[in-house]
Design a binder for this molecule. Structure first.
Ligand code: WT7
Length: 651
């Protein structure tokens, strides 16, 4: 990253917190000094204050086995108890935990008491199926209350959940269930999306049947949601409603060590194989609860909080399930797509429930922006007092629209930077403290240490782009990659020794505020979802028509980046199909293999790919081509004419 030094702020606007917001805010300015002076004890204090410990811890951080951290290691707690029972025991049983809205318009509100009972029953169901502490359970579900119940039930008995987003293919599900050695899959017949039912159980059947049978899964628990026809395997499949009804509603939560694994969540890396990111209990829950309370300024007794993420992503884990429920929040969850049955659906939901805190992704904001402000203007959004953004950099135009149109020109916006690996928010403003700058994620969360380094590990001056690192261990950090310790060390720790390398570029402006510059590795960010170039390339190459493929993330106005593929066909296939037909077939193929989110926006059939002398595909050049830019430095390219040929095909 050789960028000219520029300490000006890309956007000079700045918005101080509204006075009444600042006065009532949970986090006040002193918290930064407190975190600074207390060091790791700051987190111990948060852990004691925010959570119930069956056995209090005496050790805060053990970093002797770096890069595998232990936080609060001699303490014991139950994550599910912290999210449920204690609220009921403390007299908050009648508070609504979940206002669930189904896409067709059906809805259910579950109190903390009701949710606790469901989770107790589900815990008994899991035990009766032979699931024990440490076992892995895969979830493949729509966003329905049962998904939350299932996660908390797995956590309650000390087992490990691995949620696979319902948009992933059978093959993706199978690879993840295999890698984790899941004993049980919890799914639904189907869920609602875009006005219809999308089938889930048939995908599970396919995943478990392929290649002569998946090895570890013994049972499939099926929630009835879509009402679609499904096949049934008698000794394997069970209806959720049947086993839940006969299960006992009594279950006493047992304590587990703070480092008990809580979940595995697969995310794309720079190779074709997704990484199973492992998170544990005490530290994870501490930071999820702390950030949720302080960054979203949660006043649990009065706020109605809505995070639009699916539980298939880390945002759904930390800011739909664990953070909000640990804090006793009342929240909205919505099953469907934002534009079904009409483009004002989200705003209608905000109006219906009186949502006060709203957390979503820039791609969604940009797509609403495109539709025009008449749509949200038709709804009463006056209850909103805080907005959040996550998943990708938010461009200042979208930030201003979000504030002006959704936030009535006055709500603070917190742009939160974090990753599946970090488990919880790491960089963000504090809404009652920080003067906000549209487009900047701004500052490290209290208790978190961030730096920006050059390739050799030296700090870069303000205004210069560099590599984002986290310099001290943090409570919700990943504890490893499931089954691949070497990959864990290599991916995150090899470059800078004891500093965690995030894979993102960033720079600081003259105020010290951080601006994210996107990934510096072969990872793409499509609508805030992470995809690997290598994974899509290997999917393309697996098609019988393809000889070679190169994938890049090209800048896209709506989705941040879009998947663009360059494909060389086998000589025997050339000319058999029109280029348009071939690319249509390949787009469908990728969607079937990985999932619809990975479907390339564009595929170019090309005769050659630009390579270095050592045979590496020059993705940067392809990115220039895909983005319609003047082609950059090609001095290491073996054959200059390749680019001319590709350019001729593309333009
Ligand atoms: C990558 C992590 C964290 C939950 C959703 C994505 C990008 C995330 C921001 C932000 C700029 C962001 C980074 C990061 N990212 N939030 N506020 N500003 N970029 O989780 O799939 O693990 O992806 O998303 O590139 O590395 P993920």
């Amino acid at each position: 990253m050789n960028e000219k030094i520029d300490t000006s702020m890309p956007d000079e606007r700045s918005f101080a917190p509204p006075a009444d917001f600042a006065a009532n805010a949970i986090a006040q300015a002193e918290i930064y000094d407190r975190a600074q002076s207390e060091g790791v004890e700051f987190w111990a204090n948060q852990a004691r204050e925010l959570l119930h410990w069956h056995t209090p811890f005496t050790e805060t951080l053990d970093w002797s086995d770096a890069p595998v951290a232990k936080w609060f290691a001699d303490g014991a707690l139950n994550v599910s108890y912290n999210c449920l029972d204690r609220h009921v025991e403390q007299g908050r049983g009648e508070r609504v935990a979940l206002h669930w809205e189904g896409e067709p318009g059906d809805s259910v509100s579950l109190t903390y008491a009701a949710l606790t009972e469901q989770v107790k029953r589900a815990a008994n169901v899991l035990l009766s199926l032979g699931i024990r502490a440490g076992d892995r359970v895969a979830l493949y579900m729509p966003l329905i209350p049962e998904a939350v119940v299932a996660m908390l039930a797995v956590a309650r008995i000390g087992a490990i959940h691995s949620v696979v987003f319902g948009g992933f293919s059978a093959e993706s599900l199978r690879n993840r269930a295999d890698d984790a050695g899941a004993k049980l899959v919890i799914t639904a017949d189907g869920g609602y999306r875009k006005g219809g039912v999308f089938a889930l159980k048939p995908v599970v059947d396919q995943a478990l049947a392929s290649d002569g049978g998946q090895k570890t899964v013994q049972n499939v628990l099926v929630v009835r949601r879509g009402g679609n026809d499904i096949e049934w395997i008698d000794n394997r499949d069970l209806w959720w409603h049947e086993v839940m009804e006969s299960a006992s509603p009594e279950h006493e939560a047992q304590p587990f060590p703070a480092e008990q694994p809580l979940f595995i969540l697969y995310t794309s890396g720079t190779t074709g194989k997704p990484k199973g990111i492992l998170h544990t209990s005490g530290g994870y829950l501490t930071q999820a609860a702390f950030t949720h309370k302080n960054i979203f300024d949660l006043h649990a007794e009065s706020d109605i909080y809505w995070c639009t993420a699916d539980v298939g992503w880390i945002t759904g884990h930390s800011y739909v399930v664990y953070g909000p429920l640990a804090n006793g929040a009342t929240q909205v969850i919505y099953e469907g797509t934002p534009d079904t049955p009409h483009p004002g659906r989200w705003w209608e939901i905000i109006q219906k429930y009186g949502v006060t805190i709203f957390y979503t992704a820039p791609t969604a904001i940009r797509s609403f922006m495109k539709l025009g402000s008449e749509i949200p203007d038709a709804f009463d959004l006056s209850t909103l007092r805080l907005l959040g953004s996550v998943g990708e950099p938010i461009n200042p135009e979208a930030w201003m629209w979000y504030r002006d149109v959704i936030g009535a020109g006055k709500t603070p916006i917190v742009d939160t930077w974090w990753q599946t690996e970090t488990g919880a928010i790491m960089i963000s403003a504090l809404p009652g403290v920080t003067s906000l700058k549209p487009g900047s994620a701004q500052v490290a969360v209290p208790g978190i240490s961030i730096d920006i380094l050059d390739d050799d590990g030296a700090g870069v001056p303000d205004g210069t782009g560099g590599l984002l690192v986290i310099t001290e261990p943090w409570p919700s950090m990943l504890r490893g990659i499931w089954g691949d310790d070497e990959r864990f060390r290599k991916t995150y720790w090899q470059k800078f020794g004891d500093k965690y390398f995030a894979g993102d570029g960033a720079k600081r402006d003259r105020d010290g505020d951080i601006w994210l510059l996107g990934r510096v590795d072969d990872v793409m960010n499509i609508s805030g979802h992470r995809l690997s170039t290598a994974e899509i390339e290997s999917s393309l190459v697996a098609h019988p028509m393809v000889a070679e493929a190169a994938v890049v993330g090209a800048a896209d106005e709506l989705t941040g980046q879009a998947v663009v593929a360059f494909v060389i066909l086998l000589a025997s296939e050339v000319g058999k199909l029109e280029a348009a037909e071939a690319s249509a077939e390949l787009r469908t193929h990728v969607a079937q293999q990985i999932g619809a989110i990975a479907r390339p926006a564009r595929i170019f059939i090309v005769p050659e790919l630009p390579k270095t002398r050592s045979g590496k595909i020059m993705r940067r050049l392809l990115q220039d081509v895909a983005e319609g830019r003047e082609i950059g430095d090609t001095t290491t390219l073996t054959d200059q004419s390749v680019l001319n040929i590709i350019n001729a095909q593309v333009n």
